[in-house]
Design a protein around this ligand. Structure first.
Ligand code: GDP
Ligand code: ADP
Ligand code: 5GP
Length: 206
């Protein structure tokens, strides 16, 4: 499928810092838009419907699956999460860069549908640090943290299927790495031809 916008997929085990990094990237780069997923999990403290997620009952999620409303969806930590067609298709067709924060199963599905999508995996610097970030975040009950840590081992084994890996040790460095990956997508030949057609024409290479 050909489209002018870039699709950037970011995956990581829970607590590696994915949401914080994507939030920081959105603040420094106005040309990137977030894809807002649907989920059947309840909202955490400050989360708002339509901002972090569309929080929907199981029946609504079922209906969207049945009507082919998702480009990908998966079971994660005992809940369901999905990226709706609406969340991305119009935007990339119009040339926006869209960033998806999804799990590795969803990332693999996206790569099949959108061969040009760029897949980025975020790793924590160590197990100890991953645990302490989950505890420090203070958003999940202890048994939920244990489940997320158990799942982290499975998720991190998937890093080899991604295009890029960022180790989120120093936060600013990791934001810079993510920004660099986005920047590089915009420098690809076809992206430059689209963005700078006049220059290419004036140089007689179009
Ligand atoms: P590398 O460190 O050899 O990979 O070279 P780079 O060109 O990627 O970066 C050079 C240095 O500048 C690195 O230490 C970066 O962390 C730093 N750097 C460049 N731009 C930024 C930025 O916007 N934020 C931060 N925190 N560091 C930056
Ligand atoms: P995820 O979205 O991957 O589950 P979060 O973005 O919620 O992770 O980050 C988990 C916790 O770790 C948050 O409290 C966040 O502030 C903290 N954090 C993220 N990156 C770093 C970092 N480089 N150093 C220290 N703490 C971090
Ligand atoms: P959390 O509940 O911590 O926000 O997210 C839990 C996991 O679900 C994370 O790994 C996150 O990336 C993943 N996730 C969030 N939205 C989606 C989505 O739309 N599709 C898929 N496949 N995973 C998602």
């Amino acid at each position: 499928m050909d489209y002018p916008g870039n699709l950037i997929v970011v995956a990581a085990p829970s607590g590696a810092g994915k949401s914080s990094l994507v939030k920081a990237l959105l603040e420094i780069d106005a040309r990137i838009q977030p894809s807002v997923s649907h989920t059947t999990r309840p909202p955490r403290g400050q989360e708002k419907h339509g901002r972090e997620y569309f929080f929907v009952p199981d029946a609504d999620f079922d209906a969207m699956v049945a009507t082919d409303g998702f480009v990908e969806w998966a079971h994660v930590h005992g809940r369901r999460y999905g990226t709706s067609k609406k969340a991305i298709e119009d935007r990339i067709a119009q040339g926006a860069d869209v960033i998806l924060e999804i799990d590795f199963q969803g990332a693999m599905q996206i790569k099949k549908t959108f061969a040009n999508a760029v897949l980025v995996f975020i790793l924590p610097p160590s197990w100890e640090e991953l645990r302490s970030r989950l505890e420090r975040r203070g958003e999940d009950a202890p048994e939920v943290i244990e489940l997320r840590l158990k799942n982290a081992a499975v998720e991190m084994a998937q890093a080899e299927n991604f295009d890029f890996v960022i180790i989120n040790e120093l936060f600013d460095r990791a934001v810079f790495d993510l920004k660099t990956i986005v920047h590089a997508q915009r420098l690809k030949y076809l992206a430059q031809v689209r963005a700078r057609a006049d220059t290419f024409k004036s140089l007689h290479i179009l």
